[in-house]
Ligand binder design. Sequence first.
Ligand code: ATP
Length: 714
Amino acid sequence: MSTFPFISDMEPHHRTLQLSFQNLNVLHNERQILCDVSGLVSPGEVLAVMGPSGSGKTTLLDCLSGQRRFDSGGVYLNREPLSKKWRRKICYVLQEEIFFSGLTLRETVMYTALLRLPEKMPKAEKTQLVDRILEALELTFCQHTKFGDYLNRGLSGGEKKRANIACELLTNPLLMLLDEPTSGLDSHSAISLMKFLKRYAVQEQKTVVITVHQPSSQMFHMFDKLLLLYNGRTAYFGEVNNIYTYFENIGVAIKPHYNPADFVLEQLKSYPKIREKLFIAAKESHGNYLNRNCITVNTNNQRNQRHHSNNQQHNGGITVDGSACTLPNDTTTTEIVNEKSNKHDALINDIINNYYKDMHNNHNNHNNHNNHINHDAMLIISDHQSSNEEASQQLWYGHDSQSNSSATSSDCQRYETCGGDTEWLDYPTSFHTQFCVLSSRNFKEAKPCMLSKLNWFQTIGLALMAGSIWFQIPRTEEFLHDLQGWMFFSQTYWMLFALFGALNSFPAEREVISKERRSGAYRLSAYYLAKMFGELPLVVTLPTVYLMISYPMLGCTSFKLFSLMLVFLLLNTIVAQSVGFFIGACCMDMNVSITLSALYTLATQLFGGYLSTRIPEGLSWIRYTSMIHYAYQNMQILEFREGPAISCGNPSSFEFCKNADNNNTATFIPYGEILKAQNSTSPLWLNTMVLTMFFVVFRCLGYAVLRYVRCPKT
Ligand SMILES: Nc1ncnc2c1ncn2[C@@H]1O[C@H](COP(=O)(O)OP(=O)(O)OP(=O)(O)O)[C@@H](O)[C@H]1O
């Protein structure tokens, strides 16, 4: 028996998914958001969830994808209750588009391909697949446009929606849940997209559920099933074609030449009596429908049904609660699937060809649209039926979902869940690949912000200013304080710059990371390490430039001293960045994290005795909690030990100089005396060790917070 039984159970034979849900109830603050909602959708079918705004469509999809808990009822995939093991079989295209705004469309889809397609698939094939999907979704022309945000406009709403779908199509899910994929699209694009999804469902035997507000008549007839919701209650569930008789039966005939979707929604919204009749009729017919479909599984798939009848008798019928019903992916189907392995490329070509055929037809039909709605709808329906027949012979994926194709129990990794739950899951790519891809993505995403023109301007400006103020500073006791001022200013500035810069790092990425982690694309540890390494070159660039300009202006001519100063300045910077990461991960609210950071850094400066020497006895220990304290000590040690000596003043405040003066001997202050006067007695190695500890502890704490506190809700 396998150590991870669910993997060995599911991998070999799950090629198609039948989705059923029964009596779903969702309450929020005692308000019923979903009330006894049930339904069933089989492979090759498109179920449309329709209803006015606020009727519970998104809530239903959230429940079906496992992203929202329901109060009662059940969701079943094939015979099994929905659980985390299905995550890679399901894709959920959200209503909002969650992407990195600084990446282009192509970069985004390509990174998704590199992360979510199997390791063994050559990169050239992944690139080809990306090209084809972008082409099929009419995204090629805008592939080099950035997503953008409210400040910098990028892709349009419709393009973002299709980009969302493109990323999900890459992984070839078995069940696609799409929340309003056509909203915001013009009617031509909406129809094209819908035809694409329909073909995809039929030819690939995918199960598709979409929510729509008000589809056009043409689009309405592309759906196989319809679930009509109003205020969380079911007004209709069944075959789209049966809606005409259904309405006739409650005494309302859908007028010819009317868009049935508009008509149905109008009746539902405007006439409470009709609404009540619909609720009652839905309740009565619902059970009948589901029971009937449990026996027949998929009325469109009669041929398939007959084909599998023997197996069904053996397996028993499936019911909506998944207790005893036959699935379309029984042994015979699996055999068909296995026969049709290695068809990935051929299939994608097929989809694209058909898609363009559709586009062409659609274009020709467009002018005659109004006259031909019903005729067109009939064509689509018959097209669907024949396609379904073809599809029953054309199940294709030998290697299951691409993202699963590499799945063997030996590939299993520990799945990182909230609160220490442990599950085992395979990742499509190795840790090394995840790390490399995420590092490159992080670098690309962070570069425009971290190395923005404004930051360059600020850095060069400050470096020139500092260089001018402390220009060729004499190395005498009179100017000792000034020299220390430059050191304190430079290291405090860069530490605060890194700390405050890191605060928004996780909050800004949280949504994208949560979405990707929910889909099981990569390990959190790979993301975290990649974030550290990917951004490292960016974090160290500006402090290096600053030091290169200002330090020689001060009079530093030693390359060794410059190099040592640089190493320690950069160490201080990345230590401060770790603290920023941690605070940012803890408080996702930017205002709170800014307040906390300001409090911490200013308090440690105040209690460090740099601004006032009158520190209460009992509070002087606070300086030891400050990274600035250790960093500043290190810079002084280097400057005064490695740099040109500081000559004694006349008169001098240093005892050493006074004694030397009396004896007419030494005229330079030893670096130890300068540090002693600063109350800085710990050696370089000790300060460095404490700083390294800050780095390690805060990086680990940051990871722990992301892992256990900020984990995505599934
Ligand atoms: N977490 C929540 N807190 C409060 N109310 C909620 C929550 N989730 C859903 N609702 C409420 O439940 C109802 C259904 O919301 P849902 O988003 O599912 O509707 P919808 O049909 O998808 O709407 P739309 O078409 O406008 O997107 C709405 O009235 C919404 O305000």
